[in-house]
Design a protein around this ligand. Structure first.
Ligand SMILES: *Cc1c(COP(=O)(O)O)cnc(C)c1O
Length: 376
């Protein structure tokens, strides 16, 4: 099976991990700090907190944004459910805005229609690695005093109008799951252009423990003392995994160019197939491609998908519209976000990862053509 995504682990990555295993610290040692500082080179300088998953990053980001019960956040339906679940667990009401037909990203025109007096934040997801329309979203957020949050689980290293994602939204989150642009096994990060927001995310993911003497309220308890001002969770990334992350980051430039090569190779191989649409790349972005999403006739999508799986091509569908999950109990109703729903109905993600070989791309392309032919 050629998987839709897979990690690329080098001998250097393994050595970096082994070195930590032989050291004194498996967690809360020096590796996390150096991973965090290396990450800032890929976030346009915005400071970063490493955490234990992309889901943890979103939870910490929403907490740091001050999302609480009764607040509304506006989100796109074409995403992994963690974009919504972590805010819902803080008591937020999830509002959906439809997406753009070509990118699958949240549509700023639709966002504007969903704003109410309770709206607290707008959340963009950089679907497939292609940054959302951040400038247009920023104008809306500034006009209504909203926080702009970017779920960049797909897009570490992507560039929007000359700037790295991470340096544009108020808060940006990343995931280092094995299929993502770099991996730490499980892992994630929160980045913010506002130091006080980042500090809140850091305390939240470190049990809320205040260790700095000058910030402590209980004075002179003793040298062992640490205290909690706000509850937090244990969302730390271990030093073992941070070392893998730092080693992977050194290769992110190579990953980015390989993913771009694969994107172009697929385009060249699949261009002449009339029955499919290829992903769009707007001229003001430079993505790290996490997915290669194509669209096919929705009536034939399932047959093509099953045929490809039978032929050993590990295609995937990203994503079922989030509001269709039973947890939302039918609100908003099916049919109310037509662009996203049609996007989903015709979508298939072809294998995409830095570890994909040219021969595999050719094999995927041939089998896709066969599957489309068989579905006629
Ligand atoms: C992967 C992903 C997440 C969650 O990241 P984990 O590291 O798996 O917890 C959140 N949002 C999106 C869009 C993702 O693709």
């Amino acid at each position: 099976m050629i998987p839709y995504g897979r990690q690329d682990i080098s001998a250097g990555d393994i050595e970096a991990v082994a070195k930590v295993l032989r050291s004194d610290y498996l967690t809360t040692g020096p590796e996390v700090e150096s991973f965090e500082s290396e990450l800032t080179k890929w976030t346009g300088g915005a400071s970063t907190v490493a955490v234990s998953s992309g889901t943890a990053a979103l939870h910490a980001a929403y907490y740091a944004a001050g999302i609480t019960a009764g607040d509304e956040i506006i989100t796109p339906p074409i995403t992994f459910i963690a974009t919504q679940s972590t805010a819902a667990l803080l008591g937020a009401k999830i509002i959906f805005a439809d997406v753009q037909k070509d990118t699958g990203n949240i549509d700023p025109i639709e966002v504007r229609k969903k704003i109410s007096l309770r709206t607290k934040a707008v959340v963009a997801v950089d679907y497939a690695g292609h940054p959302a329309d951040l400038d247009e979203l920023r104008v809306i957020c500034d006009e209504f005093g909203l926080i702009l949050i970017e779920d960049s689980a797909h897009s570490l290293g992507s560039i929007y109008k000359g700037k790295y994602v991470g340096s544009i939204a108020d808060i940006t989150t990343f995931s280092f799951f094995p299929t993502k642009n770099i991996t730490t096994g499980e892992g994630g990060a929160v980045t913010s252009i506002h130091q006080e927001i980042l500090d809140r995310a850091r305390y939240f993911s470190r049990q809320g423990l205040v260790r700095e003497k000058e910030k402590q309220i209980i004075k002179d308890e003793g040298p062992w003392h640490q205290e909690v001002h706000n509850f937090g969770l244990n969302y730390r990334l271990s030093d073992v995994m941070a070392a893998l992350g730092a080693s992977q980051l050194k290769r992110l430039n190579n990953f980015k160019s390989r993913r771009k090569e694969i994107f172009n190779f697929y385009e060249q191989e699949l261009r002449e197939i009339e029955e499919i649409n290829l992903p769009t790349c707007r001229n003001y972005v430079d993505p790290v491609w996490h997915l290669f999403p194509i669209s096919v006739d929705p009536v034939k999508r399932r047959a093509i998908f099953e045929n490809l799986r039978q032929k050993g091509i590990g295609v995937q569908v990203n994503y079922i519209p989030a509001h269709w999950h039973p947890v939302f109990k039918g609100v908003p109703a099916r049919g109310s976000l037509p662009v996203a729903e049609n996007f989903y109905r015709s979508e298939i993600s072809l294998p995409m990862s830095a570890a994909l070989s040219d021969d595999e791309i050719i094999e995927v392309s041939i089998k896709l053509k066969e599957a489309i032919h068989d579905a006629k």
